[in-house]
Structure formats: C-alpha cells, structure tokens
Design a protein around this ligand. Structure first.
Ligand SMILES: Cc1cc2nc3c(=O)[nH]c(=O)nc-3n(C[C@H](O)[C@H](O)[C@H](O)COP(=O)(O)O)c2cc1C
Length: 328
C-alpha cells in the first residue's frame, strides 16, 4: 500500500508538507499546482512552489515531493516539464482535476476531461520531454459533468505513457461535495493496466478500508483528511499511534514557528504572496479552522485566535489552550 499526501493549493504548501511528512506515514507528497500558460516559466517559480527542489526534491523528513503542473498546451507543458526535471524534480504530475473557474476558463484542469485527445497529447509531450527515469503521472476526476468519458480518458493517459493515475472520485460539477464515487474507480482499474491510486472523502481509517474494498485500489491519496487528522496515514498503515489534543497543540506551535521563521529569513510564503505577519497567521488560522471538523478543542481555540494578528498573541493563547482550559 502506498499513501500520498494530496496537492492542495494554498494548503499543502512547503510548510504543511514539511510538518505532515515529519509526522509521517507518507510515501510521497505532491506540490500545489503550478500553472503553465503560454511560456517557459523562470526557474525561480518552480523553486518558490517547491523549495524542496533545492535539497534533492524531498521534504526534511526525506519524503519525495512530486511537482504538479497544470496547463493545456502540450509543447509549453513539455518545455516546462523539461526545465523542472533539470532542476531535480523526482516525479512530475499533471493536473486534470482542478474545478476552479479561472483555471477552467483558460482550458486548464478538469475541463480537459471532455478532450481525451488533448489529455493524450499533453501526457505524450511531457513524457517525451522528461528523462525516462522520472515518472510522469496524471491526476484526474471522473469527468466534467458525468462519468461517460472516464474510461476513454484513463486509456488516453495509459496510451500516452503515464506511469500511474490518481483518480479523485468526483466530477468537476460535484466540486468537493460528498459522496466520492469509489465504485467508479473500480471500473477504471478494470479498463487499464496502470497502477491506480484512489482519492476522495477519506477522513478516517474506516473510510480508507471501505475505499480500498470498493475501488479495489490499495494505494490511497489523502487530502483534507490528512490535514484535519495528521496521523491518519500512520493509522491507515495499522500503527497504533496515540495522538491527542496536546500533541496537536505541539504541532500547531511548531507550524507557527516555521511560518514565523520564514518571515525572519525573508522567504516568500508562496508564489505571488509576499510574507506578512498577518498572512502567515492567516495560514495557521486556515489550518485551525479545518481542525474544528474533528477536534472540539480547536473550536474553542479558533474563537480565541480569530481576531489576533500578531505571533506573540497567538502563541500566548495556544500555549494556554491546554486540555484543562478547554474543559473549563
Ligand atoms: C483547498 C484545496 C486545494 C486543492 N488544490 C489542488 C491542486 O493544487 N492540485 C490538485 O491536483 N488537486 C487539488 N485539490 C484536490 C485534492 O488534491 C483532492 O483531490 C481532493 O481534495 C479530494 O480529496 P479529499 O476528499 O481527501 O480532500 C485541492 C483540494 C482542496 C480542498
């Protein structure tokens, strides 16, 4: 069984990847998508999205980071893939699942699932531009509005030379609404010989087991569940790991410290968004808001920090927010 941490734009950035892979359980993670339009991006863009390229393409914990590209022009994507490979990318993934309107308007992401010939041309061009030792994979949804082309699309990826396929078991129109249609992944698995990884709505160990049984895939990609339950991957692997609010409080302090250090070192938080104290704290609050799904203590804490904008204030509340305070 392989378990990957999903690419999530604005969420699984360098700092989140660093933390979650240190907590452990992942075979690999995937960068946020890097959008390619009509030209070769400068090397610094790839390094901003994926600073791990400067240290062998792995997180501090040693977990490989796959670089994800999104675009629609096969030859421009191929040129960019060639560049990112020369910068040390260990693996290139192509995004055919993004439902965002701005991206889709420019023929990127999930809308291409109506154009199997374009999917083929993109994967073929990228595959040819990248050394054979570097896997090229595709991440797809089940379709734009329905599942009618999912098999054709999966076969196009296979024929074009993709090494594996990640299937997010929803259509573009489904957005992120449950359920995820894991049974459709089983049909894709029957139609192609490629390794297929299942993705969508895995929040608990029980979800993971059901997804594996229904989809027939042992390999899983975890998205939002990985962020709300940081030991989910390890528990899916069968580790009896204790992880309580106090542990999570420790990791929140660690994450805040990383975000703060980024400012002190003058690092951009992520492409296009220069570091500011307020912005960095916003990243932490975004994670805390997601933690409220599974952690009642996070609800209390979120109310306490939501108006704060300085590290010192947030740190003070976090260090006081032990189990006793929450119970009180
Ligand atoms: C905030 C957010 C950002 C996302 N960004 C990306 C992305 O950059 N590339 C990508 O392929 N998928 C992206 N996704 C989709 C996830 O990788 C994943 O397929 C989806 O969330 C379903 O998995 P889950 O139900 O476990 O969260 C994003 C999802 C979310 C919620």
């Amino acid at each position: 069984m392989k378990i990957f941490l999903a690419p999530m734009e604005g969420l699984t950035d360098y700092y989140m990847r660093d933390m979650l892979t240190r907590i452990g359980g992942y075979d690999a993670c995937v960068s946020e998508f890097i959008r390619v339009t009509d030209r070769l991006l400068p090397a610094r863009t790839f390094l901003q999205y994926c600073p791990e390229l400067c240290v062998g393409g792995r997180t501090a914990a040693g977990t490989p980071v796959h670089v994800q590209l999104l675009g629609s022009d096969p030859s421009v994507l191929a040129d960019n893939a060639g560049l990112v490979a020369s910068l040390g990318a260990l693996h290139i993934d192509l995004n055919f699942g993004c439902p965002a309107k701005t991206v889709n308007r420019h023929r990127g992401g999930a809308v291409l699932l109506d154009e199997p010939e374009t999917l083929y041309a993109i994967v073929r061009a990228v595959r040819s531009a990248v050394p054979a030792a570097i896997p090229v994979t595709a991440k797809m949804r089940l379709g734009v509005r329905d599942h009618s082309r999912m098999i054709e699309n999966a076969r196009a990826f296979e024929a074009a030379g993709a090494s594996a396929l990640v299937v997010h078991a929803r259509t573009k129109e489904d957005g992120y609404r449950p359920p995820a249609h894991w049974e459709a992944i089983a049909r894709i698995c029957e139609a192609v010989a490629l390794p297929v990884m299942a993705n969508g709505e895995i929040w608990t160990v029980e979800d993971a087991r059901r997804c594996q049984a229904v989809s027939g895939c042992s390999d899983l990609m975890l998205g939002r569940g990985a962020v709300t339950q940081p030991v989910l991957a390890r528990r899916i692997r069968g580790e009896a790991v204790d992880f309580f609010w106090d542990d999570l409080r420790h990791w929140q302090a660690d994450f805040l410290a990383l975000l703060k250090l980024a400012g002190e070192l003058g690092q951009p938080k992520r492409f296009g968004a220069p570091w500011t104290e307020r912005g960095a704290i916003g990243r932490y609050k975004q994670w805390l808001a997601m933690l409220t799904r599974d952690w009642p203590e996070a609800v209390t804490l979120f109310h306490q920090v939501k108006k704060l904008q300085r590290f010192t204030d947030v740190e003070a509340v976090l260090s006081a927010a032990g189990p006793a305070d929450v119970a009180a």
